[in-house]
Design a protein around this ligand. Structure first.
Ligand code: HEC
Ligand code: HEC
Ligand code: HEC
Length: 421
């Protein structure tokens, strides 16, 4: 008989060791960090700075339920793992931040840990706010304490198992989250650094624009490769590809205009990006917008991977063409040329030729207006086609605009439309 030993003990040992390592990782994450003691003297200047940062971070929009009291929480963030509900940030002593110390608030933004030590879900973009300097966190704290307290109990999150466990969150954090303040790059200009600090930090642009893994995200504040938003109904295009949403070849003024008015460089913002402009960037000082523009223009170009071109069936294109003539041409023009300053062109327009058809489908389904900003108070609108056209018709007209007048982007299927609808 051979003396070969069974591999079972070895496999079992490796398995147990693996479990032990996992348990250690979870334990390490769960033990968290203590909240530092810190006194904050709320001067008017500090409060004003806090208000500005809160604008840049779009905190209010995400901490206000539809029709609810501003800042009192209850806004639902949809993710593939379930629904998360945002917290009450008013200084109510029982249901809000009333009892929180400045140190506890800092720990939440820097380390993603609640007052009671619970680890927080990254739907709250603390993987980005971790970059904030202590003074700026204090400014936000000072500003939030000036709000009127609103009593509103925290609604429980509605997450599926195992995503609703702290252990799952601990593992996610071990993989994707590293707390740490922004470290200036001394080889770059002051503007570039200020822009990087805002874009990667409080404005958390990468929360939507980063490429995302199946586990719900990189958490990397410096990844801008583009991805489907967790809600699945909008595509946040790559900021590193000028054919998607990159602004590398735009003028600085056009980038500033886009962030201030929702329009610029021939582009207009839609959906979640229009909200970012509406609640956030339009309120920022010129100097901050310029700094952000400097940083965005300097992002290294990396073209997105496009699948091999596949033309739609001729019959589908013909049908799409008829639908286009009936429903769209009066505004966007027979040749998709648009009308200067009123209706965007669709020919050669990157919003239509992006690698993902989701935003084009979304624009047709929901119609829309750009954000009504101080700089562009009355944007021209487009009617929604949600109840007028079925999935097949929308797929046909979307395929038509993606493949006409020199546009060369992938065809759209009825299933693609159903997913967005
Ligand atoms: C995309 C939506 C979103 C944005 C933007 C956002 N938050 Fe939140 N925030 C949440 C959600 C969801 C939670 C709840 C997380 C949890 O309970 O695990 C939360 C939790 C928090 C908490 C912890 C509250 C508690 O009771 O533990 C603080 C503090 C907070 N947010 C502050 C801010 C600030 C300041 C900003 C702006 C810089 C901001 N948030 C922006 C969604 C958001
Ligand atoms: C809540 C998600 C979200 C956040 C946060 C966000 N974006 Fe966007 N962004 C989008 C989506 C979705 C689009 C595509 C729709 C559109 O073109 O407006 C977009 C489009 C853009 C475009 C292209 C506009 C165009 O039409 O060509 C730029 C540039 C941009 N974003 C920059 C930023 C910057 C800078 C920030 C941070 C201040 C930011 N985004 C934050 C979701 C987001
Ligand atoms: C009444 C005029 C009108 C009609 C009809 C119309 N649109 Fe639009 N469309 C607009 C306007 C205005 C915008 C810009 C909206 C904005 O800035 O948010 C727009 C935006 C778009 C966009 C997004 C472009 C971008 O800049 O991001 C697409 C795609 C689009 N339309 C396709 C269509 C298609 C396809 C049809 C027909 C099914 C159609 N439109 C019918 C006026 C119209």
């Amino acid at each position: 008989m051979s003396a070969r030993r069974s591999p079972l003990p070895l496999v079992l040992g490796a398995f147990l060791l693996g479990l032990l390592v996992l348990a250690a990782v979870v334990w390490w994450q769960l033990r968290g960090v203590p909240a530092p003691t810190r006194e904050v003297t709320a001067t008017p200047a500090l409060i004003a700075r806090g208000e500005q940062l809160a604008r840049a971070g779009n905190c209010m929009a995400c901490h206000t339920a539809r029709g609810g009291e501003p800042w009192s929480g209850g806004h639902v963030v949809k993710t593939p793992f379930g629904d998360l509900v945002s917290s009450n940030l008013t200084p109510d002593p029982d249901t809000g931040l009333g009892g929180w110390s400045a140190g506890e608030f800092w720990r939440a933004l820097h380390h993603g840990q609640s007052r009671d030590g619970r680890l927080l879900y990254p739907a709250f973009p603390y993987t980005h706010t971790t970059l904030l300097q202590r003074d700026d966190v204090d400014a936000l704290y000072a500003y939030l304490r000036t709000l009127a307290p609103v009593r509103r109990e925290h609604e429980p999150h509605r997450l599926r198992f195992p995503y609703n466990t702290q252990a799952a969150l601990a593992l996610w954090r071990a993989m994707y989250f590293e707390p740490g303040e922004y470290q200036p790059d001394t080889s770059r200009s002051a503007d570039w650094n200020q822009g990087a600090y805002l874009v990667r930090g409080v404005a958390h642009c990468a929360a939507c624009h980063a490429e995302r893994s199946t586990l719900g995200g990189s958490g990397d504040s410096a990844a801008f490769g583009g991805s489907l938003m967790p809600s699945g109904d909008w595509w946040a295009p790559s900021l590193r590809d000028p054919a998607e949403a990159g602004v590398q070849d735009w003028s600085l003024d056009d980038v500033v205009a886009l962030l201030r008015t929702g329009r610029g460089g021939g582009a207009s913002t839609l959906g979640p990006m229009a909200e970012v402009v509406l609640h956030g960037t339009q309120h920022l000082p010129e100097a901050d917008l310029r700094a952000m523009a400097v940083f965005l223009k300097d992002l290294p170009v990396q073209p997105v991977k496009r699948p091999a071109f596949e033309g739609a069936e001729p019959a589908v294109l013909a049908r799409g063409g008829r639908l286009y003539d009936n429903h769209c041409a009066q505004c966007h023009g027979d040749q998709g040329q648009g009308a200067q300053g009123i209706y965007p062109p669709l020919a050669g327009h990157r919003a239509v030729t992006q690698v993902s058809p989701v935003n084009t489908v979304q624009a047709i389904l929901s119609g829309g207006f750009g954000p009504a900003t101080a700089g562009h108070p009355r944007p021209f609108g487009m009617p929604p086609y949600r109840s007028l056209l079925n999935d097949e018709e929308i797929a046909a007209v979307a395929s038509y605009v993606r493949q006409s007048w020199g546009n060369k982007a992938g065809a759209v299927s009825a299933l693609d439309v159903a997913r967005v609808r």
